[in-house]
Design a protein around this ligand. Structure first.
Ligand code: C2E
Ligand code: MG
Ligand code: MG
Ligand code: MG
Length: 280
């Protein structure tokens, strides 16, 4: 057993706290450096209307190259960037990239919307809504072409402040979606208070359909969305069987590997042209 412990603690995921802290600090330092050297990338994953299969938008997703064509997952580094406060600058950069991308696509006739993920520390920046408005105005982007995705953690962090911020964004014309909906253990009562446009059904409630899950939770979220007047979008749809069930349940929109994986901007343009999402 001693040998096993020795082996484990020499690895990256050491239970030894000090080593873990050193690993995290190393990652954060590298991330800051790569961000400053413009090495981060933003990829885009198409979102489609379930009925028409028309592309309605895309989600901007961070990518951190680690060499040899490999990437460190944002699921790993975004939480570290949040803790280190780095996500505020990185997030603003993602928003700027999304604006540039939207303008670029619109200029060739593909006037789709771009959704951007927003973390808790970004929402806490004073006058956050003002900052978003300033960014869109500077890029001359119509407000309805940029959507924000926030998780329940953002909402639960400071419900009063979030309602005011979302209200300001809505008045400006920016729509907001609740990401990973149903995974945050928050009370449903907040939903009525928030000026939202969309619920994103988390992949957790989709991945086992139809084998071990009949889609009970997905069905509930779709019904909830309908009764609150919100659109629903299914995340992480990978199979035709899942798509058929979700569509039948009345889900409005879909995003998943079945249709398209996240891709670089130039590939997105080709995808959009192939899917006739551009008016030329
Ligand atoms: P998310 O916002 O829920 O994004 C959806 C994730 O699901 C993406 O993972 C996407 O690649 C993945 N996905 C989409 N369709 C499928 C599918 O059919 N199958 C599977 N297995 N996965 C699918 P990704 O790109 O690794 O991002 C992970 C998370 O990192 C995001 O989850 C989001 O929470 C965070 N993130 C990514 N970019 C940003 C960013 O710019 N800012 C912030 N604050 N967070 C970000
Ligand atoms: Mg998202
Ligand atoms: Mg999600
Ligand atoms: Mg997520």
């Amino acid at each position: 057993n001693q040998a096993k412990i020795g082996k484990v603690s020499s690895g990256r995921y050491s239970p030894d706290l000090e080593e873990k802290m050193a690993w995290r600090l190393g990652i954060i330092r590298q991330l800051r450096q790569d961000f400053e050297h413009h090495k981060l990338e933003v990829w885009y994953q198409p979102q489609l209307c379930f009925k028409s299969l028309q592309v309605i938008g895309c989600e901007a997703l961070l990518r951190w190259p680690s060499g040899n064509g490999n990437y460190i997952s944002p699921a790993v580094f975004v939480p570290l960037a949040e803790d280190a406060g780095l996500i505020v600058d990185i997030g603003q950069w993602v928003l700027e990239q999304a604006c540039l991308q939207q303008r670029q696509l619109a200029s060739v006739g593909c006037d789709i919307s771009v959704a951007v993920n927003v973390s808790v520390p970004q929402f806490k920046v004073p006058h956050y809504a003002e900052r978003v408005k300033e960014t869109l105005t500077r890029h001359q982007i119509p407000a309805n072409k940029i959507e924000l995705e926030v998780t329940e953690s953002v909402v639960m962090d400071d419900i009063g402040g979030v309602v005011a911020t979302l209200q300001e964004l809505k008045e400006f014309g920016v729509e907001v979606a609740i990401d990973d909906f149903g995974t945050g253990f928050s009370s449903l009562s907040y939903l009525q208070k928030l000026p939202l446009a969309r619920l994103k059904i988390d992949r957790a409630f989709i991945k086992d359909i139809p084998e071990t899950d009949s889609g009970a939770i997905a069905s509930l979220v779709i019904a909830l969305g309908k009764s609150l007047g919100l659109k629903t979008i299914a995340e992480g749809v990978e199979t035709e069987a899942q798509a058929a069930i979700l569509k039948q349940l009345g889900c409005d929109e879909v995003q998943g590997f079945l249709y398209a994986k996240p891709m670089k901007a130039d590939e997105l343009l080709i995808f959009l042209q192939q899917h006739k999402a551009c008016k030329v």
